[in-house]
Ligand binder design. Structure first.
Ligand code: CUA
Length: 343
């Protein structure tokens, strides 16, 4: 079944008309931009409607009971007839209410089962395979390919083609994290020592903000993941760019910056393909300049934020594993000149 535009404005949960794509990053469980989120949204609509109906019925029953209750005063003795002779009608009403509540719960259970089955039926031909690993406090993404030379690694930002399924294999390096990109799908835990998968498809182009949804330590709230859904050709061009090695620096400053990267502590944690930096403790920086944010969606990726981040990540994101780096202004200038070539 294809993703269809749905609109149920009364309940506030809508799909979107084809062709309208969000301008700013969206993080909104009430707006589906992919078939999986749409199925979940439909279940939510239905649950909300049924529960609202039950709630309204209970309120009406309570009001009716209050209205019908005899007004007692000091002169009226309490009415104890129902203790001596139970009222048949009340028994029948309670039995009906229990029966209806049971049916309601069974209907919700059935809706839940049908939703889970619908989620499992996403066609997976021609899927993009991504292995996503949670770290304190960032995301490592490996784009898998049967040809290992075509695999590549990036961080904190996924690009996916619109209309093609994506199979994300979830892992964790340290503690439990949870992937949640609400516009595209529900949550799935990332548990150390285990793998799980999440399958979804974006049906509209746009930037969707994902968030770690399991408390994973001090900077849990600052662990965001941007998902850029774009037309297939644009996605393929991006992937081709990510497979390339880092470009050779063209200016003296950039060359000095590269040498600094290799001689300072940067090289002990980060990979840059093509210059012999291969550590995988921190994010892969081979195409750092192609990303829109730094520090897992926390800061915009521009030279002033990058400079602050390099010098003092502990003030910006306390508890993060990246240490404070002391360097002279001219060294910082050269390092930035090099990092900004990593498109
Ligand atoms: Cu990772 Cu919360």
């Amino acid at each position: 079944m294809r993703f269809r535009a749905v609109s149920i404005p009364i309940l506030g949960i809508t799909g979107t008309a084809p062709g309208t794509s969000p301008a700013a990053p969206l993080q909104d469980a009430l707006h589906a931009y992919g078939i999986q989120a749409w199925h979940i949204g439909r279940l939510w609509n239905f649950t909300l409607a049924l529960c609202a109906l039950v709630f309204a019925a209970i309120v009406v029953a309570c009001l009716f009971a209050v209205w019908r209750a005899p007004r007692a005063d000091a002169a009226t003795p309490p009415d104890l007839r129902s203790l001596a002779q139970p009222e048949r009608r009340i028994h029948r009403t309670v039995a009906w209410a229990v029966g209806l509540a049971t049916v309601g719960l069974l209907v919700l259970l059935a809706a839940d089962v049908f939703t889970a089955r619908a989620l499992g039926r996403l066609p997976l031909q021609d899927a993009v395979n991504i292995e996503l690993t949670g770290h304190q406090f960032w995301w490592e993404a490996r784009y898998l390919d049967p040809d290992s030379k075509r695999q590549f690694v990036t961080a904190n930002e996924l690009h996916i083609p619109v209309g093609r399924p994506v199979i994300v294999t979830l892992r964790s390096k340290d503690v439990i994290h949870t992937l949640w990109v609400p516009n595209l799908h529900g949550k799935r835990d990332m548990i150390p020592g285990r793998t799980a998968t999440l399958q979804f498809r974006a049906d509209q182009p746009g930037t969707y903000r994902g968030q770690c949804a399991e408390f994973c330590g001090l900077e849990h709230a600052m662990m965001a993941l941007l998902v850029e859904a774009e037309p297939n050709a644009q996605y393929e061009a991006w992937a081709e760019g990510q497979r390339r090695r880092a470009p050779e620096p063209a200016t003296d400053a950039a060359r000095r910056g590269r040498d600094l990267f290799l001689s300072k502590s940067c090289v002990r944690c980060h990979t840059i393909n093509g210059i012999g930096a291969t550590s995988a403790l921190g994010p892969d920086l081979t195409h750092l300049a192609s990303r829109t944010t730094l520090a897992a969606g926390m800061l915009p990726n521009d030279s002033s934020h990058l400079a602050s981040w390099i010098l003092d990540p502990q003030t910006l994101k306390p508890g993060v594993y990246m240490p404070v780096n002391r360097m002279r202004p001219d060294e910082l200038h050269d390092l930035l000149a090099y990092l900004e070539t990593l498109k």
